[in-house]
Ligand binder design. Structure first.
Ligand SMILES: C[S@@+](CC[C@H](N)C(=O)[O-])C[C@H]1O[C@@H](n2cnc3c(N)ncnc32)[C@H](O)[C@@H]1O
Length: 214
């Protein structure tokens, strides 16, 4: 495990971002392919996808490091099974989950750690299970911006080290994601650049979205 986890509770002490609960259209489109009801959300945040999934009858386990995010989840949906943990130390139960999602989370790690988690997802998920990922691409404006910031050092393989708080931020390519999941069936992949209307800080982002089936 390399460096510290990104601490949302400290980072956004005064202006916590708001992510309204709404199922991403890519996931909504392929719900019928999920072979059962057990869902794991690594970095559940405020339950953006997981609250709608729970309301649709899925049994959702959500893991997050932020107490504040978990509290928001609990207040908005009492059926979620919530666990406070660093996802790098969370052990995924084998042959339990039919859908494992990790949306806008795995780029907040050194790639060595994100690769380990992706491999663990691949090993543990049920046969025919779906994985849904969203990670920053090298088109994300932060990729260029971080190069000019003194707080960041650029390491190999598009990984930045924040030398002030010893955290990492990684940027991925479409080919890299397809290679990691080469033994999965690609159901959906996109490499997008768009304006995110996140309050209080709307911003552009470059994101790779991937849905694969074991
Ligand atoms: C941008 S939010 C995304 C939340 C949610 N997945 C979504 O799509 O709306 C990132 C979330 O990842 C969590 N997170 C980041 N690094 C983590 C880690 N190492 N362990 C657990 N949670 C982490 C943060 O606390 C935060 O809730």
């Amino acid at each position: 495990m390399i460096g510290n986890p990104v601490d949302y509770d400290k980072k956004f002490k005064d202006d916590f971002p708001i992510y309204p609960a709404k199922l991403d259209f890519e996931l909504k489109k392929y719900l019928e392919l999920i072979p059962g009801k057990e869902v794991l959300d690594l970095g559940i945040g405020q339950g953006r996808n997981s609250i709608p999934l729970s309301n649709l009858g899925f049994n959702v386990t959500g893991v997050d490091y932020s107490s504040k995010c978990l509290e928001i989840c609990k207040n908005n949906c009492s059926n979620l099974n919530l666990i406070r943990s660093d996802i790098r130390t969370f052990e995924i139960e084998k042959n339990r989950y039919d859908l494992i999602l990790s949306s806008y989370v795995l780029h907040f790690l050194h790639k060595e750690d994100s690769y380990k988690i992706m491999n663990s997802i691949k090993e543990t998920i049920n046969l025919n299970g779906l994985i849904y990922l969203q990670v920053f691409s090298i088109e994300d404006p932060k990729f260029k911006k971080n190069k000019s910031l003194l707080d960041f050092e650029l390491l190999d393989n598009n990984v930045f080290h924040n030398i002030i708080n010893d955290t990492y931020i990684s940027f991925f390519t479409r080919e890299e994601i397809l290679d990691i999941f080469k033994d999965f069936e690609t159901i959906y992949i996109s490499d997008e650049y768009s304006l995110e209307l996140i309050r209080p800080n709307p911003h552009y982002s470059g994101v790779i979205k991937y849905i694969g089936r074991k």
